[in-house]
Design a protein around this ligand. Structure first.
Ligand code: ATP
Length: 358
């Protein structure tokens, strides 16, 4: 397996810069998710790693080898796309065997490998069927099998689960994660689905407008977002944000809502002399109590039961904040409530740059 190193990758389409100086190291055997909104450049980055796109500038290394100029066929990568594009006139067997036939591998070797990989993906009973005789999930497994049969050093996946229904996605996602670890294959996985990235990846690179904003483990990007954008992109519901002024050593949201500056930020706030911040906290990291008290005071805007718990939406000034409450608790529209945030889990962003204070 290999380590992938991207150095100062720029990709332009005409005047448009799709990738703006990407630097990223994907470790040997690592599962790296490229996560970002539509149009952020995830697929462009994946195709650049595959060799389908040549970067306008920058270098790509597989281990120590510079592969920047190599075409896809010489990179030993397995690719799986969003629309699986199986060959409709070929059986599952033939579809999987195809890349090996292109390489003119001996018949016995092809047969052995096709059966092996089909077994691994639980499609060994479907080898004689045609793609139209398969469910979406089965087709997707065939596409993955076809990518793996060549024993690539790198597996590149572009939203491979997005055509599956929600339940099947969960199932295949767990399986794919397991398979990746079993094979130990260096994997890059493009998705705009934050839950998928959090659930599957060893590390996540969050991309916006052709730039990587943050690279980290799921925990790091979830709990310690470096930008407001990252906090707002991950989590369901995402991180809450309320604006505050720093006054007399407090975070002042409104006259009634003042929070002490959390310990971890006291020094930083003092050093930077910052006066306007955005407070970020996760819906699960706060508690909601009835009435006006110490904390963030607001009014109940809505509530949505989710089974074991409910999401309560609270309006605070001009912001909307979501918190979880136990299932039995009753709220009414417009009721005054106080949100008590766990101080140590709160994140402060500079209001101007939207960058986390550090
Ligand atoms: P999605 O999730 O919608 O697939 P993405 O993050 O994968 O989005 P890309 O497909 O990488 O985004 O596209 C990034 C930007 O580059 C987009 O603005 C897109 O319009 C532009 N782009 C991509 N391919 C080309 C191309 N061949 N020619 C011109 N512009 C392109």
């Amino acid at each position: 397996m290999v380590e992938i190193k991207l150095e100062n990758i720029v990709k332009k389409f005409g005047n448009f810069t799709a990738l703006n100086n990407i630097n990223l190291k994907i470790k040997d055997g690592e599962f790296m998710a490229l996560l970002g909104p539509s149009g952020s450049g995830k697929s462009t980055l994946l195709y650049t790693i595959a060799g389908i796109y040549k970067p306008t500038s920058g270098k790509i290394y597989f281990d120590e080898k510079d592969v920047t100029e190599l075409p896809p066929k010489d990179r030993n990568v397995g690719l799986v796309f969003q629309n699986w594009a199986l060959y409709p006139h070929m059986t599952v067997y033939k579809n999987i065997a195809f890349p090996l036939e292109l390489r003119k591998a001996p018949r016995e070797e092809i047969d052995k490998k096709v059966r092996e990989v089909a077994k691994m993906l639980h499609i060994d009973k479907l080898l004689n069927r045609y793609p139209w005789q398969l469910s979406g999930g089965q087709q997707q497994r065939v596409a993955i099998a076809r990518a793996l049969v060549k024993e690539p050093e790198v597996l590149l996946l572009d939203e491979p689960l997005s055509n599956l229904d929600a339940l099947l996605r969960l199932e295949v996602r767990a399986e794919l994660k397991r398979l990746q670890k079993e094979l130990g294959i260096t994997t890059v996985y493009v998705t705009h689905d934050q839950a998928e990235a959090l659930a599957m990846a060893d590390r996540i690179a969050v991309i916006r407008e052709g730039e990587i904003l943050q690279v980290g483990t799921p925990d790091e990007v979830y709990y310690k977002p470096k930008y407001k954008f990252v906090g707002g992109f991950l989590g369901n519901p995402p991180m809450n944000f309320v604006e505050a002024k720093v006054e007399d050593g407090k975070l002042v949201i409104t006259e009634k809502s003042k929070l002490p500056i959390p310990k971890q930020y006291v020094e930083i706030v003092k050093e930077t002399g910052i006066t306007e911040v955005i407070i970020g906290f996760r819906p699960h990291d706060a508690e909601i109590v009835k009435g006006e008290g110490e904390g963030i005071v607001g009014e109940v805007y809505s509530f949505e039961p989710l089974g074991r718990e409910q999401i309560v939406t609270v309006s605070v000034n001009d912001s909307i904040v979501k918190v979880f409450a136990p299932e039995g608790e009753h709220f009414s529209f417009g009721e005054k409530v106080t949100i008590k945030v766990k101080e140590e889990l709160l994140v402060l962003f500079d209001k101007k740059t939207e960058k986390a204070l550090e």
